[in-house]
Design a protein around this ligand. Structure first.
Ligand code: GLY
Length: 384
């Protein structure tokens, strides 16, 4: 006789803090001790460039709190966020005999955070992990919210998990050594948050962009600006955290303006650009810079968004810095990558568009149609 056994588990409640302050690398040991308590061993996952720049301060601080961190370095760049690198990380965790009472710290940008977080989520079915993001993009976006994963030949973030870190530590001083391209890429994600959040956050982002037109290293040393910048980071993160708290796992059925999907504004086109160039040409945030403008353009074509707002947004993205030329990109390849995405998400790709600043709206691809997207892709790429 058929039987049914009902299983009810209580969803784990994750609550964690993002600590933001200049010089925080020097507090990493105390912070890790507070967050992890009696955790025995920690493994730092980083890349060579970041680790060479900041190892002194970080390792000293961890040691002074009684940690003796093991280190695993990965290659730098989106093209290394793949299964091969994941395998090497997992192999290192086993070689280091990382147990469930131990912990992982990711120290780097979005690539390091996403892949180290994913490895932490599957090693022994989950060990604690902490994030110390070192790029603007990873500070305001990828280190918060628990999305982890890798890219595969089938696309961006094809394999991954929702796995929240135990804590995030931000030292805004590290941004002084961030390459300019990375900084521009981060600003594009900040603009994205501003566009979907509202005028307040967008204006604040524009004023930071204006200030950073002066020498970034100097301006970050300026006491008054550095304090303002920390508040800016906190406001960016608080916006994202509010959306994540309401829809942690990006529910497939949720399509209102509070859905976590709105954080993907600009990402359909951005992911297609990245895939069409084999993850080697754009920084993720740079592709997002183009992606948010593309989404604004589609919104205009559907008579959702005023052309004047599209021009204003274009101006804001241009002021964030120079984006790599689209002249190397084949519009048909980008369109095929968008279609491919559509096929792989249950045939029901949803576009995040804009009705006005702060008013995102989710529109099914079926309501827009291949024709308009193909035409807009072609026009957009040849116009840049
Ligand atoms: N970066 C989009 C999200 O975390 O949902």
């Amino acid at each position: 006789m058929p039987q049914t056994v009902r299983i009810k588990t209580k969803r784990e409640i994750a609550e964690y803090s993002v600590e933001i302050a200049r010089g925080n690398l020097g507090n990493a040991g105390r912070w890790a001790r507070e967050v992890l308590g009696g955790t025995r061993k920690i493994v730092l996952v980083s890349n060579k460039r970041v680790f060479d720049l900041h190892r002194g301060q970080l390792v000293k601080s961890l040691k002074s709190s009684g940690f003796n961190p093991l280190v695993h370095l990965i290659e730098d760049g989106e093209k290394y966020k793949n299964l091969g690198t994941l395998e090497q990380i997992l192999e290192a965790f086993s070689r280091f005999e990382i147990a469930r009472t131990d912990a992982v710290i990711s120290f780097g940008g979005g690539v390091v955070g996403d892949i180290a977080g994913f490895a932490a989520s599957i090693h022994l079915r989950g060990v604690d992990y902490l994030q110390i993001p070192t790029t603007l993009l990873s500070m305001v976006d990828s280190s918060v919210g628990g999305k982890t994963g890798i890219n595969t030949e089938h696309g961006k973030n094809r394999v991954g998990s929702f796995y929240q870190p135990k804590g995030v530590l931000i030292d805004s001083n590290v941004l002084s050594s961030l390459p300019k391209r990375e900084f521009t890429a981060g600003l594009c994600e900040c603009i994205k948050h501003g566009m979907i959040s509202g005028k307040g956050l967008l204006d604040q982002t524009v004023s930071v962009i204006e200030a950073c037109h002066q020498d970034r290293v100097d301006i970050l040393k300026n006491e008054e600006f550095a304090g303002r910048f920390e508040s800016f980071l906190a406001d960016q993160i608080a916006f994202k955290a509010k959306i994540v708290a309401g829809d942690e796992r990006e529910s497939v059925l949720k399509t209102d303006a509070r859905s976590r999907k709105i954080l993907n504004f600009g990402h359909t086109f951005a992911h297609a650009l990245e895939r069409a160039t084999d993850f080697r040409y754009f920084r993720h945030g740079e592709a997002v810079g183009y992606g948010i403008l593309f989404a604004a353009e589609v919104s205009k074509k559907l008579a959702l968004l005023d052309g004047k707002v599209v021009n204003l947004l274009r101006d804001v993205v241009l002021r964030a810095g120079t984006l790599p030329s689209l002249s190397v990109v084949e519009s048909d390849q980008v369109f095929q990558a968008i279609r491919y995405d559509k096929k792989n998400i249950d045939g029901s790709l949803q576009w995040v568009l804009l009705k006005e600043i702060g008013k995102p709206v989710i529109v099914p691809h079926s309501q827009i149609g291949d024709g308009l997207i193909r035409r807009t892709t072609k026009e957009f790429i040849s116009a840049q």
